[in-house]
Ligand binder design. Structure first.
Ligand code: SAM
Length: 211
């Protein structure tokens, strides 16, 4: 099964960006965000370079990182949806660079320059053929010791958006995600499947290191 086109995905988030940002105002208080970013922050403490959120949405994770863990770290947010980029830019102001872009292509970022790459709840918009080269692209931009943090919807087959959208997005198994990450050259430090409050789907939370 193919995932929806870039245009369809962009339209979904253009329409839902305001609602999404409001939802994230409370969601960001869930311990998983603070815990994951806290571990990431410790692991990159001695590593210079940007923290890149490759699908930053409303910018809540970059903001949490900046406010709670490291106000000095340069931050780069990328997102397909101009509306999301606008919301994230307003939230972050001069604390981050936020660009319209595609998580599959970080050609604006030099190889071996970044300290961390974050991808929360966005790889479901990529089909299986796109995921290996996308994770290789994230590996390319990281320095040695750099960290990868992924959250993805766990399972098999399409996500049911109900009446909200006809967009086709896919859930993946934790073993598949961990294998894509390993095959790109990362060491997987942690890969857990956890339930998410008020959601019928579980989530995969993966943390990896570029050796
Ligand atoms: C479910 S939201 C998650 C946003 C944010 N990571 C968070 O956890 O709050 C998915 C985001 O991925 C973005 N997105 C989808 N496909 C993308 C792509 N190919 N490149 C960059 N961003 C993409 C959407 O525009 C949307 O903002």
């Amino acid at each position: 099964m193919n995932t929806s086109s870039e245009e369809e995905v962009r339209d979904l988030y253009e329409e839902s960006a305001d609602w999404y940002a409001k939802m994230m105002d409370t969601e960001i208080d869930l311990p998983v965000y603070r815990d994951s970013l806290g571990r990431l922050s410790e692991r990159i403490a001695g590593i210079p370079g940007e923290l890149i959120d490759t699908s930053c949405g409303s910018g809540h994770m970059l903001s949490l990182y900046n406010e709670t863990f490291d106000s000095e770290r340069p931050l780069l947010g990328i997102d397909l949806s101009p509306r999301m980029v606008g919301i994230a830019s307003s939230r972050l102001g001069p604390r981050a660079t936020v660009l319209i872009g595609d998580m599959r292509d970080l050609s604006a970022v030099e190889s071996k320059s970044a300290a961390a790459v974050v991808s929360f709840f966005a790889v479901h918009h990529l089909g299986p053929p796109d995921i290996p080269f996308t994770i290789q692209e994230w590996h390319r931009v990281l320095r040695s010791g750099g960290q990868l943090l992924i959250a993805a919807w766990e399972g098999d087959g399409p996500i049911d958006y109900g009446d909200q959208s006809d967009v086709v997005a896919l859930r993946y198994g934790s073993e598949d995600v961990a294998n894509w990450v390993r095959n790109a050259g990362f060491v997987v430090n942690r890969c857990l499947v956890q339930s998410v409050e008020d959601m019928e789907m579980d989530a995969i939370y993966l943390e990896g290191t570029k050796p």
